[in-house]
Design a protein around this ligand. Structure first.
Ligand SMILES: *[C@@H]1O[C@H](CO)[C@@H](O)[C@H](O)[C@H]1NC(C)=O
Ligand SMILES: *[C@@H]1O[C@H](CO)[C@@H](O)[C@H](O)[C@H]1NC(C)=O
Length: 387
């Protein structure tokens, strides 16, 4: 034996010794094993395909011990003898989530996304003290989110989008670690809730939320960058303070019942995109939108805006997408839009504009008929006065 191979052999045996010792040390805590057993037995066995993670959960071997060659190949991670992550593969598992999941008190991550789990989210889950990431998106969970959600003291990411949850949105104002909250595509009703002040992203698209934009929801949210409220039944006037939130970048308020929009000049703003299309917003188009130094995309399409398009819209260098189609805007659109110098794309069609050149992409959709426009401006006589 050369010294090199002797050293190699020593290294290899040391490796196996280490392996044996970690195996011995990692006998999973019995309450974690019983929780995992309960979690697997709550899944309908006919929905556990042979290639899936859960199929490899065979409790003749220890869940946390290494190496996992045939059993417990995936679906969980451990640290020493405790389960720290529960991460189902999207195999189409149907069934429920066992309430015994709360025995896994060292869990930092639960990700069960893209399966067919149904029934309520067990209330006990919200007592997990170390949970940082909870992703249950694209399942069939129903029922409500209980107020005890405020016990998730370590939670950072909460995504329960694309389920069948109902009731009112939970108050998350005491969850100061929460940065991302996505409850989109459910059946939530009632008003917007109070939010934790370190939230960065808030999404509740496609629910049945109502009421106006309450100051109490967005008070002191200095980190908030993304707000997705589209496809709900929110009403009232979108207040000017909303767009002045210091970190705000993207706002989607489309497909609601808002009747007005107030837009104030910012001192400084990172706002990049505003979509308030498909509402019932009336009044004039404010030039203040053009004072947002980063704003590159603005949609107010399919509302009830009247009056002219302020010249400022054709002079900004940041605005590249402008959708104002489907309103009652009148007068002549700013000429600079069509001079070749403006790089704005979008649509000004389906309004009451005069001489929108059809050679421009912006004017492809034709304008409303003069009778519809006359009606919008209060009939023949008033129309004459205005012109
Ligand atoms: C679990 O593993 C044992 C030993 O490897 C094996 O005999 C048994 O059939 C397995 N059970 C299932 C349900 O796969
Ligand atoms: C523009 O913003 C200023 C204050 O920032 C406000 O006083 C004014 O009413 C706004 N104008 C319009 C047309 O929205």
């Amino acid at each position: 034996m050369t010294s090199v191979t002797a050293a190699a052999a020593a290294t290899v045996s040391l490796f196996f010794l280490l392996l044996l010792s970690t195996t011995a040390a990692a006998a999973t805590l019995s309450t974690d094993v019983s929780a995992l057993k309960a979690i697997k037995s709550a899944i309908n066995p006919t929905t556990i395909p042979s290639y899936s993670c859960l199929a490899s959960w065979n409790f003749t071997s220890d869940p946390c011990s290494n190496p996992h060659v045939t059993h417990f190949l995936c679906g969980l991670s451990c640290s020493a003898n405790r389960v720290t992550q529960l991460t189902f593969d999207p195999a189409g598992y149907a069934g429920t989530l066992s309430p015994l999941v709360s025995q896994l008190t060292q869990l930092t991550t639960i990700d069960l996304s893209d399966n067919k789990l149904s029934g309520p989210i067990p209330t006990s889950l919200f007592s997990l003290p170390n949970l940082q990431t909870l992703i249950l998106q694209s399942n069939s969970f129903s029922g409500t989110i209980p107020p005890v959600i405020s016990n998730l003291k370590a939670i950072e990411t909460l995504d329960i989008s694309h389920n069948f949850l109902s009731g009112s949105l939970p108050d998350t104002s005491s969850l100061l670690t929460l940065t991302r909250l996505d409850l989109s595509f459910n059946k939530f009703t009632g008003p917007l809730p109070k939010l934790g002040r370190n939230l960065v992203e808030f999404a509740v698209k496609a629910n049945r939320l109502s009421g106006d934009m309450p100051k109490t929801s967005f008070n002191e949210l200095t980190q908030l960058e993304v707000v997705e409220l589209s496809d709900n039944s929110l009403t009232g006037i979108i207040p000017g303070w909303f767009f002045l939130q210091p970190a705000l970048q993207q706002v989607n308020l489309a497909d609601n019942g808002f009747t007005g929009i107030e837009i104030l000049k910012p001192i400084d703003s990172d706002l990049v995109a505003i979509d308030a299309g498909y509402n019932k917003i009336s009044g004039y188009l404010s030039a203040n939108f053009t004072k947002y130094p980063m704003l590159s995309s603005l949609s107010l399409r399919y509302n009830k805006l009247q009056g002219p398009i302020p010249e400022e819209y054709s002079r900004t260098t940041t605005l590249s997408r402008l959708f104002l189609d489907g309103n009652y805007l009148n007068g002549m659109p700013p000429k600079e839009f069509f001079s070749g110098r403006s790089s704005v794309t979008g649509s000004l069609g389906d309004n009451c504009l005069k001489s929108c050149p059809t050679s421009s992409q912006l004017c492809l959709k034709s304008q409303k008929s003069s009778s519809i426009c006359r009606q919008a401006y209060g009939g023949k006589n008033k129309m004459r006065q205005k012109l």
